[in-house]
Design a protein around this ligand. Structure first.
Ligand code: ADP
Ligand code: SF4
Length: 681
């Protein structure tokens, strides 16, 4: 069935000239980290190729560091230190070219952000100062004029090398407070007194030189893109778009072939949906087109074609930049082109992708379970093999795991019955999306329900709680339990191994069910031994209802794991602004009538707080059905009812169940391909 594209989206498929090269459309997959890079190159190559197949007009590398003094171990980005690094980058270029897209490379030297843990070189920067990552006891040394000349030569050579690798576009990068030219530009990092410090013109000198030299070296064949942060989001202490940010762009306006503009640092650029909405960077970058005639690209977690068209029509951008939307749906452009925008798997802005990268593991995605599995498991985001039997599958539980399993099996052609106890599908996603700031998470449910609606072989029954007898009576050929997990209420978690005396706390499940501790205005302690987002959103919810909230945690800071999702500072700031008391390094030691005791995890000193407790510590699988059915029928568990984890894991397990259904899996084998390295001796 061919569907005609709405003509108002045609503008998205205009070609765009970028110096000597032409992008086939306005979809630009900006450089983005992915935890694969040089360490898992086969995975990285297929993932980039998939984006080109899905219609992105430009597909770039993540940052590619080009000299051992910019070594960012343990982060697994791409690197190109010499010609020995060319083969895997060339393979990526070929994978992108195969589908008619332009291949871009982002040349980066992280300067004072580089620990040089692997290379053992001395890091470099505008001035002597400790390196910024992880408080390593290592300092970057101030670059002399000779160092600056060397650095410029390395950059020029890297551009020439990139051309030899076949890249069409080179991105010269001054952003995220993470590269040498951005460090030179920043007043916070550059107090030099020579021609590279002081005035804006001086602080911008190095960046200008890099762009000029790159143009001179490769500009006849490659498009030279300036990726530039126009605002450091620190008010008058840093670059502000309305003053120095704007002046900087004016000074270099016609120099690059395209501007790719954003805000700094990465935590501000890649804000989660809890803190920023689609298009949130427009207020900072919308001036850029008024000061340059060159094409302008920007990100803003654009997933709606209407918003994209609007940004172009309003003269904000020429190219739609995207990292996360291209991870959640590598086929986003192709779907718009084919007149199927309702099929877009929209990013939910959770930053799980960033977290895995920050943990130096291949990025995964909550919405797209095939991310990082394109080569490893041969999973394609849009296709799945047809069924191998006429089995009927009963799935119990329509949370993310059950919905994804039903969708995958349904697309394969199996008859699927999905039974859900509640009045609505979505499981934890529906419930959690009603907590403060998490409304976009409902997209996990909505995308799957929208797709399932079109499959006549998948039937969903709501308000259908199943017991073991009913399951057996149903007589399906296979049964998958996706019944989820429940938060425990006894304080047991990472820190506390035995139930806390007297603790029968409220849990996040209770709060989501509408239960509340006493009256608004009363005191409540949210005890967090989970360390991800849940305790902080519960605290936010209760504080907004007028409770006097303390957030106590054995952790070193609030929601410590959200460092990886780039949210920790935003979360702590929001709670402090709401008047939430924060008590770190404390664990729950007793709950008594009218109050609780907390003990310092190091000294054992105790503190008392009045009021009630909401405990956010650990979850237990809902596996009663499994216990009742095992040995009687063939039954699998998927998602949280097998192993409680993050939503991305539930989606992934549901997807995997659908892919592997009817397949023979060697339980002793490694279930995916691995890149093999050859020894040098
Ligand atoms: P997951 O993240 O693994 O998908 P969720 O907790 O989000 O898990 O979803 C589990 C879903 O299973 C919930 O919507 C819950 O109502 C449903 N459920 C649990 N037990 C039963 C049951 N016996 N019959 C039908 N649905 C059930
Ligand atoms: Fe978007 Fe979350 Fe997927 Fe990242 S992990 S692309 S933020 S849905």
């Amino acid at each position: 069935m061919s569907v005609k594209r709405d003509p108002r989206y045609d503008v998205l498929f205009d070609t765009v000239s970028i110096g000597p090269v032409t992008a086939p459309n306005r979809f630009y997959q900006v450089p983005h980290c992915n935890g694969m890079g040089r360490m898992f190159p086969d995975s990285m190559i297929s993932m980039r190729g998939m984006k080109a197949e899905g219609g992105w007009g430009i597909v770039t590398t993540e940052q590619c560091d080009f000299h051992p003094t910019g070594d960012v171990q343990p982060f697994t980005e791409t690197s190109m230190w010499d010609d020995g690094d060319l083969p895997y980058l060339t393979a990526m270029v070929d994978a992108v070219h195969e589908h008619g897209a332009l291949a871009g490379i982002e040349l980066v030297h992280n300067g004072q952000d580089s620990g040089c843990l692997y290379s053992r070189e001395v890091p470099i920067g505008p001035e002597h100062r400790p390196v910024t990552w992880h408080q390593h006891p290592i300092q970057a040394r101030a670059m002399s004029r000779d160092d600056i000349r060397n650095y410029r030569r390395w950059h020029r050579k890297a551009a020439l090398r990139a051309r030899r690798a076949g890249f069409d576009i080179v991105v010269v990068y001054a952003g995220h407070d993470g590269t040498v030219p951005s460090h030179f530009l920043s007043r916070q990092s550059n107090q030099r007194s020579d021609e590279y410090g002081g005035s804006l013109e001086n602080r911008l000198r190095l960046y200008r030189e890099l762009i000029e030299e790159t143009k001179e070296a490769v500009g006849d064949a490659m498009g030279v893109v300036a990726r530039f942060a126009v605002d450091e989001m620190m008010g008058a202490d840093g670059l502000e778009w309305a003053s120095e940010g704007k002046e900087a762009i004016e000074m270099l306006a016609e120099l690059p072939d395209m501007w790719d503009v954003n805000v700094s640092d990465w935590e501000n650029d890649s804000m989660t949906s809890r803190f920023a909405q689609e298009g949130y960077q427009e207020e900072y970058i919308s001036f850029v087109k008024s000061v340059t005639s060159k094409p302008v690209a920007a990100v803003g977690r654009y997933t709606s074609p209407d918003t994209m068209v609007s940004a172009i029509r309003r003269g904000v951008v020429d190219m739609i930049g995207a990292a996360r939307p291209s991870i959640a749906d590598p086929f986003l452009p192709a779907k718009i082109k084919a007149g199927r925008p309702e099929d877009i798997r929209e990013c939910i802005g959770c930053n799980v992708c960033a977290a895995w990268n920050n943990l130096s593991a291949p990025s995964r995605c909550t919405q797209n379970p095939t991310m990082g599995e394109e080569w490893r498991r041969g999973w394609h985001p849009e296709t799945i093999s047809p069924k191998e039997s006429d089995s009927t599958v009963l799935i119990i539980g329509a949370g993310p795991a059950g919905l994804e399993a039903a969708l995958g099996l349904g697309k394969r052609g199996y008859d699927v019955i999905l039974a859900e106890a509640r009045i609505e599908a979505g499981g934890r996603v529906s419930r959690e999306s009603r907590l403060p700031g998490l409304n976009e998470w409902a997209r996990v449910r909505d995308y799957r329900l929208g797709q399932i609606e079109r499959l006549s072989n998948v039937r969903i029954y709501l308000e259908s709680e199943m017991d073991a007898g009913q399951v057996q009576e149903f007589g399906a050929d296979a049964v998958a339990l996706a019944t989820g997990a429940l938060w425990r209420n006894d304080g047991v978690g990472r820190s506390i191994r035995f139930p806390v005396p007297g603790c029968e706390a409220l849990t996040p499940d209770d709060i989501m069910d509408g239960k509340r501790p006493h009256q608004p205005g009363s005191a409540v302690t949210v005890y967090d031994d989970d360390h991800y987002y849940m305790a902080s959103v519960i605290a936010e919810q209760l504080a907004s209802e007028g409770y006097r909230v303390t957030l106590a945690t054995p952790g070193m800071c609030v929601a410590s794991w959200t460092e990886y999702t780039l949210e920790q500072r935003h979360i702590e700031k929001r709670l402090l602004n709401m008047g939430v008391e924060i008590l770190t390094r404390h664990e729950l030691s007793a709950v008594e009538a009218g109050g609780l005791r907390l003990a310092n995890t190091l000294t054992g000193d105790t503190r008392e707080r009045e009021g009630s407790v909401v405990s956010v510590t650990a979850r237990l699988p809902r596996d009663e059905l499994f216990d009742a059915l095992k040995g009687k029928i063939s039954v699998w568990r998927i998602g949280d009812c097998f192993g409680p984890s993050i939503i991305a894991a539930a989606v992934y397990e549901g997807h995997r169940y659908a892919r592997e259904f009817d397949a023979e899996i060697d339980p002793d084998g490694v279930p995916f391909n691995r890149t093999r390295y050859s020894l040098q001796h």
